[in-house]
Every structure is written in C-alpha cells, then in structure tokens.
Design a protein around this ligand. Sequence first.
Ligand SMILES: [Zn+2]
Length: 97
Amino acid sequence: MVLHFAAPGIAARCFYREKWKKQWLVMISTMIVDLDHLLATPVLDINRCSIGFHPFHSYVAIGIYACLFFFPGLRVVSLGLLIHMFLDYTDCVWMGM
Ligand SMILES: [Zn+2]
C-alpha cells in the first residue's frame, strides 16, 4: 500500500521535474479504480488477485489504460493506472509464491 503512493511519486519526479507534485496527485487519484473492489463480495479478500477479477482491473481495462498513454493530456493518468496495475500484479505474484 505504501508503494501505491511512493512509486507514482518517484515516477512523477523522474518524468516531470518541475510540476511533479501535481502529476503525483493525478497519479494518486487513479487509485479510485480500486472502487471496483466494492462491487465484489467479499469486498476485501487479501488472498484474491485483483488483476483479471475486478472490472477496472481486467485485461481489457489495462489495454485501454495503455492506449491513453498516446494522448498527451491523459499520459499521466495512463502512467498512474499502469503503475497501479503493475503493483497489484506484483501482489498476485507474491501470493502465488
Ligand atoms: Zn487495485
């Protein structure tokens, strides 16, 4: 969970040196995609892999996030979402071990 804040922060600092705080906030706000967890029962299941399970964490959704990267105005949103998915995915990998 700490990484969900730290990783976008590091990415923002690397890619947007001047206004990184604003970009960081945008990336953190992409965490609202986790709201789709509320649609699932039970809402919280630490043994469940989010990727491919929740609507905003499906492979189709991830493909859309990747496409957003090609629109300059949405690039930071795309980046935040992809970092989010990557971190959720690493959680799944850890669980599988
Ligand atoms: Zn998530």
